[in-house]
Ligand binder design. Structure first.
Ligand code: SF4
Length: 244
């Protein structure tokens, strides 16, 4: 697993962005996260060590793209084609592109995209029902080989059933919000999506509780270091064939 941040900085466009960790982290060091710039890691997939070997080990698994920005951000339009060229060349890796801008997908894909590339997964972030009902019909209509849905921070109860029923979603990830201004996440919301995933045999990951977690009507404040481990220990993640 690797992270590739070809550019840094972003613009808030969605309720899920309100407490964006990129803004939070940049503010803490006096930086403006609204300024978007290329990073020194722009060409990471092609970087080699002194022995002439790729730094990202061939066949090395998932590369998460643009974790401090959005791959389909307008500011990055002139840099994106170079990324596609690198992604095409490194077909031995699995690139996961997480975006809140799935509505820009068609104007951002390379000319030879065709019906999608086998080694690219597009992950659409949907933090509430409104954003899900806007983004998932787009995600499902596009030529993409692998689709995932990420509901993190999950801000309310969401009904995902009609989208899961298409059989086009390969994985769903849910979780709460972290940070000092975190909004609450309710276990009931997590369990509802989990049940829907089980119904359609779609792998489900409960990634983190978030900082403010409601269970059985009681509110818990959870330290950062326990937010992921508590979710893991809950056993609510579901991988067909492995548990249930
Ligand atoms: S799209 Fe992602 S990176 Fe950009 S502001 Fe929103 S939460 Fe932050």
């Amino acid at each position: 697993m690797a992270i590739w941040n070809p550019w840094h900085g972003c613009h808030k466009i969605s309720p899920g962005c309100a407490n964006c960790y990129v803004y939070r982290r940049d503010e803490s060091i006096g930086k403006d996260a609204g300024i978007v710039s290329k990073t020194g890691d722009y060409n990471l997939p092609l970087k080699k060590n002194r022995q002439g070997e790729y730094k990202l080990t061939p066949g090395g698994g998932v590369v998460f793209c643009c974790m401090t920005s959005d791959f389909f951000l307008e500011d990055a339009d002139e840099w994106r084609q170079g990324c596609w060229d690198m992604i095409r060349e490194r077909a031995d890796l699995e690139f996961h592109i997480i975006t809140k801008r799935i509505d820009r997908f068609e104007e951002c894909i390379p000319p030879d995209w065709g019906d999608g590339w086998d080694h690219v997964t597009i992950c659409s972030t949907c933090e509430n029902q409104d954003r899900m009902d806007h983004r998932l019909p787009i995600l499902l209509s596009l030529p993409i080989k692998h689709r995932q849905v990420i509901s993190e921070p999950m801000l309310e109860e969401i009904d995902m059933e009609s989208y899961l029923a298409t059989g086009l979603i390969e994985h769903v990830v849910c979780g709460g919000e972290s940070g000092p201004k975190a909004r609450p996440c309710n276990l009931d919301w997590i369990l509802k999506v989990r049940e829907q995933c089980i119904q359609y045999g779609v792998p489900f990951t409960f990634k983190q509780t978030g900082a403010v977690f409601i269970k059985d009507g009681k509110t818990y404040h959870i330290e950062r270091k326990y937010q992921m481990s508590q979710a893991r220990k809950s056993g609510y993640s579901y991988y067909p064939g492995i548990n249930r």
